[in-house]
Every structure is written in structure tokens, then in C-alpha cells.
Ligand binder design. Structure first.
Ligand SMILES: [Ca+2]
Ligand SMILES: [Ca+2]
Ligand SMILES: [Ca+2]
Length: 444
């Protein structure tokens, strides 16, 4: 048998010297169905939302629970941009069991609903606890927003798109009497089933403005997030035909911001009919044109511990181009760096573990963990008795697979590993034995 030494650690050293970021995606599973969201519940589990209507649990280490946490396929209208879109666990989920979802129902309405986990089984939701908090019609199938996050103030924030079509034909983004084209903020810990937080600037009681509005002038804030260290809010707003936006609302904001749509697309005039003074608009901190992509997928500021070089960087992607960038503010300037590109990837969402490690999901059903190879501590020698092995090897459900083989490699303990990266183009002959000192990415 041949012995093949993978020269990975040498490469690792060189890259460390260069100081460059070497982003890699570690495939956890390719078997999800149209991933639309990813989050954690404050423990070691990750929850993957399938746009078609199921929520699945990924156990620590990568094993996917066979039965879904929640199956809402009978309630969810899935087509195009519609479906099950958002999931957030209550900050006190461990004690109260509450979580919140955002989906499009069979009547093409957005539904924000509260559920509780089963009181006897933490691996499954109790569907009898379903409570609708907010519902409103979607005039068109696209631009449904749907992301949910608890802010540092303990309130639940909800993103909604402008309703859809193109160009916001009814000018809903600028209209405070509709839920559409907004970031909403509600208090889920008081009221039945929720209340309007004091400080929601547009709240005027029954009728008139939508009291839930926190900010407005958004086109399709498909994904937003909070920086868990600073409390800053990052809103990626999908553009019309020309520019994609990254908006930053600093911690401590009192809300009420007008992010500009449909008056402006990015920093550029779009439709100035009936628009307010330009000085009242909050413009994005960064935009990119459609020469770079076509639909921004907002991510997170990295606050994990595994990859120090990513610390404090806002990672985001483009759905069409398969690109992942980092955006950071340094010495008075915004610095945007392309870290990764796979044109076949259809990156729909990022997700964050309890520990701040980042994941991405793909419309083709692939779940990855984001890894930075220079930061990875290499593991002791690993021997794989090989069938033909293609460049990508990954762990799934406690076994090792290569991308070109369905035969699992069960002879290696997988507790310490989840992904091994071989050089592109590398291919072994059948029967080869790998003796590899490899870097791995696996901690959550
Ligand atoms: Ca819509
Ligand atoms: Ca009102
Ligand atoms: Ca804007």
C-alpha cells in the first residue's frame, strides 16, 4: 500500500507567516432541504430551519436528529421566497421553553408565532402551544424579510420586507401605517401575548401608525443580527437592480431610523417622489454593486474563540455570487475583504452557535461551519484506510465520508474531528493509506 503524506501542515505554516485569512467551509451535512435560517437555543445544539417548513436539530459534533424539532409543512406556504423563514429562542428558553418563528401561511400572510418546547422532551416542540402574535398579508410573493433576533434590551426584533414586486410600487417602506418594509420591536415578556415597548417612537395607540415599528425604509432585510459584544445591530438590505446594502445601527440607538428605501437604493437615488429631506435618511455603512453579486445575505460579527483573526469582523455573503466578505472599521475607514468564493454555493443564511462560532446554510441544503485554517491547531497523525478519496472529506452522523464515496470510514474517532481539508485536486488511488497531520475545524 502506498503511503501519502499530506503536506497540509507546511502550507499552514506558510499561510500563518503571510498573515492572510484562509477561510474554509466545513461541510456538516448536505441533506437538509433548502436552509433558510440557523440558530442555537442557548445550549450546544444548532437548529436548522428548512424553508419548506421543518426545523431540525444538529447535535454537538454534527449528528442530525432523525425526527424534526418542528414540522410545519402543513401550515407553511413554500414557493420562491416564501416559506418558514425565521427562528429565535427566548433568552430564557432553558427555563420558559419559548421560541418564536416567522413563516408565510397558506393564505400568503406573514405569521409571527410563539411555541413552547415539549415539557417532557427537549428534542421536540409542543405544537399545541402555537400562539399567533402578529400576522399581516403579503401582497406579493417576494421580499418577506422574516428574520428574528432578541436585542440586548431583551425585546424581540423582526424584519419585514416591502411586500414585494419591484421598486416598492405602493411605497410601503416609507409608510408607517404598514408592517411592510420595517424592523419591528415587541416585548414578549409582558402583555397577552406581547406588548409595545416604551420607546417605540411611532407608537400612537390603536389605528394610525403600526406601534411595533422600530425602524423603516427597508426593502428586504432578509437577514440582520446583533453583535453580542457591542450590541450593535447589523442590517443587510437586499437591493433592487444595482446596489446591496450593509447598514449599522449602533448600540444604544433610540430607533426611528429611516433607512431610505424606496427613495434610495444604497447611496443612490431610486425614486424621489414624496421623499423626506435627504438629511433624515440613514445611509448604509457599505454598499456593493451588482458587478459583485446580486443579493446580500447578512451575517454576524464573529465573536467566537476558535479563529482569533476573525474577531470583530462582520461576515456576510452574496447569494448569487457565492462570496463571503469581511467588513470592519479600522483607522477611520471601512475595510471590505473578499474571504471566500464558491460560485456553486447559494448562501441563504448565517447562524451563530452559543459560543459565537459561525455557520452558513445553502439553498441546496448544505450546512457548513466557517473555519479559518491558519487558526486551526493541527491534530495528531490521522490514518485513513482509503477508497478513492476526493478533495473533500467530511464527517456526518459520526462517520467520515469523502465527497466521491458513500463508504463511511469508521475506524477513526470522530470526537476530535469534524472536517479535514485536502489540497484542491488531490486524489488518492484505491487502497492508499493516508498518514496525515491535518488541521481540523470542529469546535462549536
Ligand atoms: Ca411579499
Ligand atoms: Ca397605532
Ligand atoms: Ca437603504
Amino acid at each position: 500500500m502506498k503511503q501519502i503524506l499530506i503536506l497540509f501542515t507546511i502550507l499552514l505554516t506558510n499561510l500563518k507567516l503571510s498573515g492572510q485569512i484562509n477561510l474554509k467551509l466545513s461541510l456538516i451535512s448536505k441533506n437538509f432541504n433548502k436552509i433558510s435560517n440557523i440558530t442555537n437555543s442557548g445550549d450546544d445544539r444548532m437548529f436548522v430551519v428548512e424553508q419548506t417548513g421543518k426545523i431540525r436539530i444538529v447535535k454537538f459534533g454534527g449528528e442530525i436528529q432523525a425526527s424534526p424539532f418542528l414540522d410545519l409543512e402543513s401550515k407553511v406556504l413554500f414557493a420562491g421566497e416564501m416559506g418558514l423563514l425565521g427562528l429565535a429562542f427566548h433568552p430564557q428558553f432553558k427555563t420558559n421553553g419559548y421560541f418564536f418563528i416567522n413563516y408565510i401561511d397558506k393564505n400568503q400572510k406573514t405569521v409571527l408565532a410563539r411555541y413552547r418546547v415539549s415539557q417532557t422532551d427537549s428534542t421536540v416542540a409542543d405544537t399545541s402551544t402555537a400562539t399567533t402574535l402578529i400576522t399581516f398579508a403579503q401582497p406579493y410573493s417576494n421580499h418577506n424579510g422574516g428574520d428574528l433576533h432578541f436585542g440586548p434590551d431583551g425585546y424581540l426584533y423582526i424584519s419585514s420586507g416591502d411586500g414585494g414586486s419591484g421598486g416598492d410600487p405602493q411605497d410601503r417602506g416609507q409608510n408607517l401605517t404598514t408592517f411592510l418594509g420595517k424592523i419591528l420591536r415587541i416585548d414578549v415578556d409582558s402583555g397577552q401575548p406581547y406588548s409595545i415597548p416604551a420607546g417605540n417612537l411611532f407608537a400612537d395607540g390603536p389605528g394610525g401608525n403600526i406601534d411595533e415599528i422600530w425602524s423603516y425604509g427597508l426593502r428586504n432585510p432578509w437577514r440582520f443580527s446583533f453583535d453580542h459584544q457591542t450590541g450593535d445591530m447589523w442590517i443587510a438590505d437586499v437591493g433592487q437592480n444595482a446596489y446591496e446594502e450593509i447598514n449599522l445601527e449602533p448600540a444604544g440607538s433610540t430607533g426611528g431610523k429611516n433607512y431610505g428605501w424606496r427613495c434610495y437604493e444604497g447611496n443612490h437615488s431610486y425614486n424621489l417622489l414624496n421623499c423626506p429631506d435627504i438629511n433624515t435618511i440613514t445611509f448604509p455603512v457599505f454598499e456593493y454593486s451588482h458587478s459583485e453579486g446580486c443579493s446580500v445575505t447578512g451575517g454576524f460579527v464573529y465573536r467566537g474563540t476558535q479563529f482569533p483573526v476573525l474577531q470583530g469582523r462582520y461576515l456576510y455573503a452574496d447569494f448569487c455570487a457565492g462570496k463571503i466578505w469581511s467588513l470592519r472599521f479600522d483607522a477611520g475607514n471601512w475595510i471590505n475583504e473578499l474571504l471566500f468564493q464558491d460560485v456553486s454555493a447559494r448562501i441563504t443564511t448565517f447562524g451563530e452557535s452559543k459560543y459565537g462560532e459561525l455557520f452558513i446554510g445553502d439553498l441546496n441544503g448544505k450546512l457548513y461551519q466557517i473555519c479559518e485554517l491558519n487558526s486551526i491547531v493541527s491534530q495528531p497523525d490521522l490514518v485513513l484506510n482509503s477508497n478513492p478519496i476526493l478533495p473533500e472529506i467530511y464527517f456526518s452522523d459520526g462517520k467520515i465520508f469523502s465527497s466521491g464515496s458513500v463508504n463511511p470510514y469508521t475506524s477513526v474517532s470522530v470526537n476530535a474531528f469534524r472536517a479535514i481539508f485536502l489540497e484542491p485536486g488531490f486524489r488518492a488511488e484505491s487502497g492508499a493509506v493516508f498518514v496525515a497531520n491535518v488541521g481540523v475545524c470542529g469546535r462549536w
